[in-house]
Design a binder for this molecule. Structure first.
Ligand SMILES: [Zn+2]
Length: 398
């Protein structure tokens, strides 16, 4: 841990970032007021802390000194040292199982057997949501959740060197199924965002693995794309032109040319960008995402916003959309695009806006991503976290 711990628990240094508490309050504020908001914050904080302590004490049992940080959407337990796949399974399970066993099961037993008033019922509901709902969610075989790490470690024990890869693929499958299920009802929208993040993370990890050797034109183009995301248009153009100089298949050459155009567009050289885009190999056309971003950069705000909104709804997910999101963010046009998307088509427009939000977060525009999130939430009305996970309490209520 880079920053000093706030306290030590059972010999484990613990740090609680203010942002963690902010996120917990924001999650609870739509659903609870007054004393129940307070109980929500206490229950959620203690539960996440106990979850992380479960991981930490398992680390210690294997002779590795851990540290715990609570931040953002959850906690992080880190330990210096390598774990065998078998021990990694134990460490991963120790988190969700500790809250389930210490708080979740006793709450289920109590709620089912002892009569209680409405106020107690709300607190019991909070205890179940956090200690049973989150624990079960966490055990799904989806990376980066604990269950995903368990699954990857188990695969690793059977097929050495393939655990993480299989874990990524299974996670993308799960995220896809979850997104389909979430798209059936507006109140499942938070799950949709979560599924999107899971998919983007796992796809990015797969892509990184694929391009690690960086051999051949596709590896070089992947590197060019990363350079552009890292705001290094010169390097991106150099790499893309390197691919153009070799004999590759027409679609690779076309994408390499578009990358050169994107690099020039990002660098502010609109004349060259337009020249490259209008003379693509094989007479192909640049993506609509590029055309929209170009219009925006050239000062045609209305036209650019319209074309980009169309692109986000209709064009397939390619890095072109990622670059378009970057250009839109820099031009301060994200809000206008989201407005246009929501006007265009409430269903596909909302999905497209979610994708835009994820791309902005990925490309290092967290404020613009948050702006999109706020616009989407406002569009749907307030969302209540306890409805996002099936709540077993409702079945035991007398
Ligand atoms: Zn965990």
């Amino acid at each position: 841990m880079d920053k000093p711990p706030h306290f030590r628990l059972a010999g484990v240094p613990v740090r609680i970032e203010p942002f963690f508490l902010i996120v917990i309050v924001v999650l609870g504020v739509g659903a609870f007021q007054g004393v129940f908001l307070f109980s929500w914050v206490v229950i959620a904080t203690v539960s996440v802390l106990v979850h992380e302590m479960g991981h930490a004490l398992a680390f210690k049992a294997f002779g590795i000194q851990p540290s715990v940080v609570l931040y953002g959407l959850g906690g992080l337990t880190t330990g210096r040292g390598e774990l065998s796949p078998g021990r990694s399974v134990v460490v991963s399970l120790a988190g969700p199982l500790s809250t389930l066993v210490l708080f979740g099961l006793p709450t289920i037993a109590y709620a089912g057997s002892v009569p209680h008033d409405r106020a107690t019922g709300i607190v019991l509901e909070q205890l179940l949501f956090v200690n049973v709902g989150w624990a079960i969610l966490n055990l799904l075989p989806v990376l980066p959740l604990d269950g995903g790490n368990v699954f990857a470690s188990l695969v690793e024990m059977v097929v050495k060197g393939k655990g993480r890869l299989v874990g990524n693929v299974v996670s993308i499958g799960f995220a896809g199924l979850a997104a389909i299920w979430a798209s059936q009802a507006p109140e499942r929208f938070p799950l949709m965002i979560l599924a999107g993040f899971v998919a983007v993370m796992n796809i990015a990890e797969l892509a990184q693995r694929r391009s690690e050797p960086a051999i051949g034109p596709n590896g070089q183009l992947a590197e060019a794309q990363r350079a552009l995301v890292a705001r290094r248009p010169d390097l991106a153009e150099h790499l893309a032109r390197g691919v153009l100089a070799t004999r590759t298949d027409p679609s690779t050459a076309a994408w390499a040319a578009e990358l050169v155009a994107w690099a020039r567009l990002w660098a502010g050289d609109l004349a060259t960008a337009s020249q490259v885009a209008s003379a693509m190999p094989g007479g192909s056309q640049p993506s609509r995402a590029f055309q929209g971003a170009y219009s925006l950069a050239a000062g045609d705000r209305v036209g650019g916003v319209a074309v980009l909104a169309w692109s986000f709804v209709h064009e397939p997910s390619t890095p072109a959309k990622l670059f378009a999101a970057m250009v839109a963010a820099r031009a301060g046009a994200v809000g206008e695009i989201v407005n246009e998307l929501l006007l265009l088509d409430p269903v596909h427009g909302r999905n497209a806006a979610t994708e835009l939000q994820q791309l902005l977060a990925y490309a290092g525009f967290p404020h613009q991503a948050a702006e999109v999130g706020a616009m989407l939430t406002g569009y749907l009305g307030p969302t209540h976290p306890p409805s996002a996970v099936p709540d077993p309490w409702h079945h035991t209520r007398p």
